[in-house]
Write a protein that binds this ligand. Sequence first.
Ligand SMILES: C[S@@+](CC[C@H](N)C(=O)[O-])C[C@H]1O[C@@H](n2cnc3c(N)ncnc32)[C@H](O)[C@@H]1O
Length: 485
Amino acid sequence: MSERRSGKQSRAGGGPRRREPERRSARDVALGVLTEVDEADAYANLLLPARLRDAGLDPRDASLATELTYGTLRGLGLYDAVAEAAADRHPADLDPRTASAVRMGVHQLLNMRVADHAAVSETVDALRRAGGGRSSGLVNAVLRRVSAHDADTWIERLTADRGADEALALRTSHPAWIVRALRIALRGHGRGGDGLEGALQDVLEADNAPAKVSLAALPGLADRDGLTAVDDLPVARADLSPIGLVLEAGDPRDVPGVADAHVRVQDQGSQLVALALTAADTTAEPTWLDLCAGPGGKTAVLGAVAAGRGGRVRAVDSSEHRTRLVRESTAGTAGIVEAVHADGRTVGRDQAGTFSGVLVDVPCTGLGALRRRPEARWRRRPDDVAALAPLQTELLHSAIAAARPGGIIAYSTCSPHWAETAGIVDDVLGDGEVELLDAPAILSELTGRSAETFASAARGGGRFAQLWPDVHGTDAMFLALLARR
Ligand SMILES: C[S@@+](CC[C@H](N)C(=O)[O-])C[C@H]1O[C@@H](n2cnc3c(N)ncnc32)[C@H](O)[C@@H]1O
């Protein structure tokens, strides 16, 4: 027995020493999350923060684990194609843990500044620690073959006999149907012409760029300027939303006001959509309905503004779990916001002509939020668009029916897809029940930027608004503002 060991045994308190749990590395955490995303359809943006907290990683390792997880998931289409070409093994044919180790290794080899030998050996070690020792030889062999070429060479080889869209899809790691849908969306929303292919490339690249953590300082509840003045707090004013902050580093839970829901993690585009309704409906003591409220990001903004204007908010969601999340999100304005578990499609009939403003942020494909939900692009199917359209239309009709005459309806999606944005609103405009308001002008008032920046030019006379990650630094949110006649 070594002196060191006997010394430890004789420490105060005595007794047999309990084994310290082995500290988990960044690769252990990333491999665990990637495996759960693959086998249990988990969401990386929800799972990773919890796993990082459990592991107690220091900030440097936490950011490495985040890059390994998000980067691997975003690049999955390319990485699977490379693994298959290199070693005749498509990761989808392997068990989730082994497949995740292969993908995480390929990400390090092709897209991170990690030495090849470290990318291979540390990935294999993480796989062994996760209990996947039996596959370690296979993963080692696949990764060694992948390491024979750099990313550009693999892409050149793999795209040589593909069509233009398939090649672009592989290079930017998106499914080809999403590449085509984004091109149609760009053209439809007025970014066509000679610059179309460049704009498409920019949007696809923006989907692959890590998004900074964006926060909303809820009006009347949090002091945005005060927060930016706190020493050692790495937050800055956001450049678009008048209530927005950007967290430059660290954990959002350490920001004052986050614990009591006065400051909330929320994309700036989402903040602007909620604020646009509050700016378009200037009623004193407004009564607002949020018809698809869960998890409550926009409801929290509506609640805070309503509190300052003597108003009320009714927040509806058809999912019980997400209705509970709305209650948590609006803890700062609990007496103002009432969260209700119900089907939004029936509210227009049950509470016809009631509300001064209605937000209908419909369930959609989420193609505008791919940078924040890295696995989403591989889960969505082209059929999802058509499957969601009837629900989106019904919810919009219900929203219009629930608004009182002269009331404002805000229709929004976190997708620029033509069929779930202008396609849905165009149909309803034909009924003559509503008038289309100038959403870009409202966004211009809120942000100080020109209305043209936000205008979706093609239809609606430039009155639809479309945000883009490459232009505005937000999720690609769509907004139409309607007034009930
Ligand atoms: C895009 S999310 C809303 C996001 C939310 N507005 C926010 O900012 O946090 C769409 C929501 O619609 C809900 N939903 C789906 N079908 C619904 C229905 N028939 N009635 C009410 N809510 C519905 C989903 O549960 C989901 O929470």
